[in-house]
Design a protein around this ligand. Structure first.
Ligand SMILES: Cc1cc2nc3c(=O)[nH]c(=O)nc-3n(C[C@H](O)[C@H](O)[C@H](O)COP(=O)(O)OP(=O)(O)OC[C@H]3O[C@@H](n4cnc5c(N)ncnc54)[C@H](O)[C@@H]3O)c2cc1C
Length: 390
């Protein structure tokens, strides 16, 4: 049984976010996933990354860096287009493509903090898929505690010399460029020591590990990056030296919303597959969907999913108005990733033994969903952020 195909839950509360232009774009994205991605998921999972030319195909259709200004190759549209791209990926039950990190995170850093030259140099090539990008924060010794980053960048004449390593980097294997979080100072206040530096993958001393062997999201390229006296011109600094932490904090709220969107749409897709399954599968001479336990379980899940959708769409409205609080974004990420895990667990149970078989989309969703509670800040860190506002 293949991923994709089943559209999300009927009869959910109607959404109010999208116009007919958004819906037309959604159709393009849906077809792209149906035609280019879903038939290749097994291949991507075997090789542990998507085909390189998938990036170019996505670029040709205007599916990369869509929200970037037109003068830099984007379509200059609102972030609902990013939401649609992520939702369609989740409805296709694909976890291989790392487009969102490239388009919604890396491109935003360059657009928001880069100078004119950096924007001209990188954004158009990112929009066509000619350049694949990553963001490298996490290190073997530190993830949640970003201020403890040990990869150093030392200014030597007109160049930074970078030494250290990064781990768990999405798009790391295929990336042509990474924004690397480096330590550039020794201030007592750790947050003032971090800087963001653009590092091209073909710089001498920059090497990549093999894709990491994850329990899920097997088709998504995730790897280690190593920096051994990598020299980059000081013009590769993004924004100002020592401002890295502040830049990261500014973008992390949106990054958390991206995860919340994945989780909401992922839960809807898992649920839709399960409703169908309970209609088709028979036990004791009748569809398992007729048993009271199944009906009540599905009713509970549907209610929970609908409630979360309402919260998320409201957060999205605030995001569009640029007034979404860090705590609300953290709450969306934490609550919706927990909800997604619960939904897939219950849905798998309703599949019986078949739910444990990888050819069933619910089994893949079960293992894929787990990372959402970890990356973009663990859910414990989300609770930390929420509690600080009380
Ligand atoms: C599939 C995948 C893709 C990823 N992609 C990227 C990427 O593209 N770029 C990137 O930079 N990173 C990426 N990451 C890394 C991810 O962001 C980190 O794994 C995450 O931030 C947690 O860091 P850590 O693994 O070092 O865990 P740790 O920070 O060591 O945490 C271990 C445990 O301690 C808890 N903990 C830590 N601090 C506190 C605290 N103050 N209070 C309470 N509990 C705490 C955590 O919640 C967790 O349960 C990815 C990870 C995965 C799994």
């Amino acid at each position: 049984m293949q991923s994709g195909a089943i559209r999300p839950i009927p009869n959910m509360l109607p959404r109010k976010l999208f116009t007919s232009e958004h819906e037309a774009f959604r159709e393009t994205v849906r077809k792209f996933y149906e035609k280019e991605v879903v038939p290749n998921i097994e291949k991507y999972e075997k090789q542990q990354h998507v085909d390189r030319d998938l990036w170019n195909k996505a670029g040709e259709l205007g599916l990369l860096c869509t929200t970037m200004p037109e003068e830099y190759g984007g379509s200059g549209v609102d972030r609902l287009y990013s939401m649609i791209l992520i939702e369609e990926q989740a409805y296709a039950m694909d976890s291989s493509t790392g487009f969102s990190l490239h388009s919604d995170i890396v491109a935003n850093y360059i657009n928001n903090f880069g100078n004119e030259e950096q924007k001209q140099k990188w954004l158009p090539k990112m929009a066509t898929g000619e350049t694949v990008t990553a963001i490298a924060m996490t290190e073997p010794g530190t993830g949640s505690d970003l201020q403890a980053v040990r990869t150093t960048a030392v200014l030597d004449g007109d160049e930074y010399v970078i030494n250290g390593s990064k781990i768990f980097i999405t798009n790391g294997y295929l990336c042509d460029m990474a924004i690397v979080v480096c330590k550039t100072g020794n201030n007592e206040k750790g947050s003032a020591n971090l800087s963001l530096i653009i590092v091209e993958a073909d710089r001498a001393g920059f090497s990549k590990g093999k894709p990491l062997n994850k329990i899920g999201m097997k088709g998504q390229d995730t790897c280690e990056l190593f920096f051994d006296n990598v020299r980059v011109p000081k013009e590769n600094l993004l924004g100002m030296e020592g401002m890295g932490f502040i830049m990261l904090m500014k973008e992390l709220a949106w990054e958390r919303m991206l995860v919340a969107i994945i989780c909401q749409a992922g839960a809807e897709a898992a649920f839709a597959h399960t409703v169908q399954y309970t209609k088709d599968r028979k036990a004791f001479g009748k569809p398992i969907g007729t048993f009271q336990n199944t009906r009540f379980k599905l009713a509970e899940l549907r209610t929970e999913i609908d409630f979360c959708r309402t919260y998320l769409d409201r957060c999205m409205e605030l995001q569009l108005e640029e007034s979404l609080g860090v705590d609300a974004a953290a709450a969306a990420k934490y609550k919706l990733s927990d909800m997604f895990s619960k939904v897939v667990d219950d849905c798998l149970q309703l599949h019986g033994g078949y739910g444990y078989m990888l050819e069933y989309p619910i089994a893949r969703a079960y293992i894929d969903n787990r990372a959402n509670r970890i990356y973009a800040g663990t859910n414990e860190i989300m609770k930390e952020l929420i509690s600080r506002t009380l």
